[in-house]
Design a protein around this ligand. Structure first.
Ligand code: MSP
Length: 511
């Protein structure tokens, strides 16, 4: 089977406070894609990390009376710990304070100088420290004498200082051509349209250095200038592959990135600035930006300043990591916002996990253990209802790769759940318990097919719920290295006979 390379990233997080559910969501979504691709025999490189420079972090460190680097060491660790608690399968965790990253940023800067895309001038305009973003006059609103960005709601301050500029305006036409040629560069489509609209309305040159603070990467040969934190941060995707060493194996295998998973609030940086920087430096842009919506709590974006943060660690402790992963992926639909609550989490665990997938596994395993000495054999020929279940399952499985390739997780989950539902129904209809005395081979065949379905469902749910599904797959004597999607190409998972081990209860029910 062809081994293709797949490079996927999460946004690198600002270590400016406690990680929250929005961060967890962004990471888990990327992890699900990464794990699916691994199971689908791709050679995957999955990156996450922390974005540690800029005024926002300098201010956060000052508030804690700490040296910025000491502060970043402390908070970055909480994000690294979170990646373990979320059971992310990342291959690297990059910090922008690392030397490898500094080298990459400086190199990219000099490429942009060489290409003639940078000039020195003066910036006069609005800046939001919490977004680390410049805003145009028409994006500013005033409330109670204070100025805010109408885009993000964050407060802005007036900035006037000497600054290097990137000639973004010169890239307007070429960006539009690039979007036109690469129809799926930005997904979902609504976000793509938003970006195209914004670019069409005219791009201004972008200030890419600041002189009023010191925490960041210095501009080569002009050390009183600090490189704009977004130019710095975006480069992490290259530095993790050992750029500027473009003959390095990692870079050669994995650049251009296959997929940057990001929240909709940072779309402009990824879909406009990033490809423009790369095209200017003569580096191929990434293949895809997938922009997810926000996790809302009380219908508002979760954020420290709003004080409506749901703590992922608390939820993991109380409900389990797989339950949280599944719920977040199921609840928030493709690219739009989604409100989450403990009540909905419990309903989702009960209906999808305990009553559907969990119940299917439990009833089949228990029956086989009690009645078939923990092993079942396939019959020579399938019955009409066996064939019906197989055909319906194959139909549902047909689109799964496509759903994942288009980051349409909701469709994917819906189809897999439907397979689980149909299998439960098949057992109800076939009533294998009634065949115990009359037709043992037929009873065996029903259970064999049920186990085969359980194996498929478990492998398909494995990217979402790695721990629980492995429990089931191990109980089916499927080893980790055999957890792959080969059955989607028609390959059998089992031989004529399946032996099982004991399976403990998978999900707790909530009342
Ligand atoms: N440091 C930048 C990213 C640089 S990437 C080169 C940043 N960091 S962040 O910590 O503020 O956000 C990281 C990710 O979490 C973003 O994709 C953001 O959209 C996501 N989320 C933060 N809060 C969120 C929600 N409430 N809901 C969903 N995701 C949101 O931006």
């Amino acid at each position: 089977m062809k081994q293709d390379n797949f490079y996927i990233t999460t946004p690198i997080y600002y270590p400016s406070g406690k990680p929250h559910m929005g961060h967890a969501y962004s990471s888990i979504i990327a992890d699900v894609f990464a794990r699916f691709k691994k199971n689908d025999n791709s050679n995957v490189f999955f990156l996450t990390g922390t974005d540690e420079h800029g005024l926002k972090i300098q201010n956060a460190a000052k508030k804690e009376n700490m040296d910025p680097l000491m502060y970043c060491n402390k908070i970055s660790k909480t994000f690294k710990d979170l990646s373990i608690q979320l059971n992310l399968s990342n291959d690297d965790f990059i910090r922008t304070t690392e030397k490898r990253h500094h080298d990459a940023v400086k190199d990219l800067w000099s490429k942009l100088i060489k290409s003639g895309d940078i000039y020195l001038s003066k910036y006069k305009g609005w800046y939001s420290v919490s977004d680390e973003a410049y805003y145009n006059e028409d994006e500013i609103i005033e409330k109670n004498g204070k100025k805010f960005s109408s885009f993000s709601g964050s407060d802005v301050e007036w900035v006037e200082e000497e600054s290097f500029f990137f000639k973004l305006s010169a890239w307007e036409k070429r960006l539009l051509e690039f979007y036109k040629k690469n129809k799926k560069f930005i997904l979902p489509e609504s976000r793509r349209n938003e970006v195209i609209q914004f670019v069409k309305s005219g791009l201004k040159d972008l200030s890419i250095s600041r002189t009023s603070f010191s925490w960041g990467i210095k501009v080569p040969e002009k050390n009183d200038h600090i490189i704009y934190v977004w130019l710095d941060a975006l480069t992490n995707y290259l530095s993790a592959l050992n750029y500027p060493n473009t003959s390095d194996k990692l870079f050669k295998n994995f650049w251009p990135a296959s997929l940057h998973v990001i929240g909709k609030d940072i779309l402009r940086f990824h879909a406009i600035y990033w490809p423009a920087f790369l095209l200017a430096a003569n580096i191929e842009p990434p293949r895809r930006i997938f922009s997810h919506g926000w996790i809302l709590s009380d219908d508002e974006k979760m954020s420290k300043s709003k004080g409506n943060i749901l703590d992922p660690l608390e939820i993991i402790d109380n409900y389990g990591i797989d339950e949280l992963r599944y719920y977040l992926m199921k609840e928030v639909s493709h690219g739009s916002d989604g409100s989450i609550s403990l009540k909905n989490l419990q309903t989702c665990i009960n209906s999808d996990l305990a009553n559907n997938y969990g119940n299917l596994c439990q009833r089949v395993f228990t029956f086989i253990k009690n009645n078939c000495n923990s092993k079942v054999k396939k019959a020579k020929k399938n019955s009409k209802s066996d064939q019906e279940l197989i055909t319906k399952t194959n139909d549902l499985m047909n689109n799964l790769r496509d759903d994942m390739d288009n980051q349409n997780l909701n469709n994917y989950i819906k189809s897999v759940l439907k397979i689980s539902f149909l299998t439960n129904k098949y057992i109800n209809d076939e009533e294998p318990w009634k065949l115990k005395k009359t037709d043992v081979p037929q009873m065996n065949n029903i259970l064999y097919l049920a186990l085969d379905q359980i194996a498929k469902i478990s492998i398909l749910l494995n990217p979402l719920m790695p721990k629980t599904t492995l429990k089931v797959l191990h109980a089916l004597n499927i080893k980790n290295n055999l957890v792959n999607n080969n059955f989607l190409n028609g390959k059998n998972i089992f031989d004529e006979e399946i032996k099982i081990k004991e399976l403990s209860i998978l999900f707790k029910k909530y009342t």
